[in-house]
Ligand binder design. Structure first.
Ligand code: AMP
Ligand code: ZN
Length: 115
């Protein structure tokens, strides 16, 4: 597994910094966002360091499919029954802050802080 020693999400994958995990398998990890915009706000990430969508191609098709496909189950398990929003920020103009690919999934009753 390729990890970037300076990457905060790689450190979460490696267990070097804590996170409130909601799902994990050999390829992906899901955990609660530390600064939630919505009552439920999780991040789903590949365990392998992928910087952003810029580095995604056909080889990542199954991985990204897995990240998307697990999300309905996780939101249901977290009690979200009235809809949610998926978001991926890419690069500077996309306002990506953490340079390890992550899928935001946000839900729960409105109003939300953002989004
Ligand atoms: P983005 O702007 O898409 O790069 O969003 C990065 C997200 O990562 C933000 O919503 C942050 O609140 C979240 N975040 C940053 N550090 C952590 C952390 N240690 N644990 C959980 N979420 C984090
Ligand atoms: Zn990383």
């Amino acid at each position: 597994m390729s990890h970037d020693a300076t990457c905060i999400f790689c450190k979460i994958v490696e267990g070097k910094i804590p996170a409130k995990k909601v799902y994990e398998d050999e390829d992906i990890l899901a955990f609660h966002d530390i600064n939630p915009w919505a009552p439920v706000h999780i991040l789903i990430i590949p365990k392998r360091h992928i910087t952003s969508m810029v580095d995604v191609g056909p080889a990542e098709q199954a991985l990204l499919g897995k990240m998307m496909a697990v999300s309905p189950r996780l939101m249901l398990e977290l009690g979200v029954t009235n809809g949610y929003r998926h978001l991926i920020n890419t690069g500077a103009d996309g306002r990506q802050e953490v340079m390890h690919l992550h899928l935001h999934v946000m839900g729960g009753p409105r109003p939300w802080l953002k989004g």
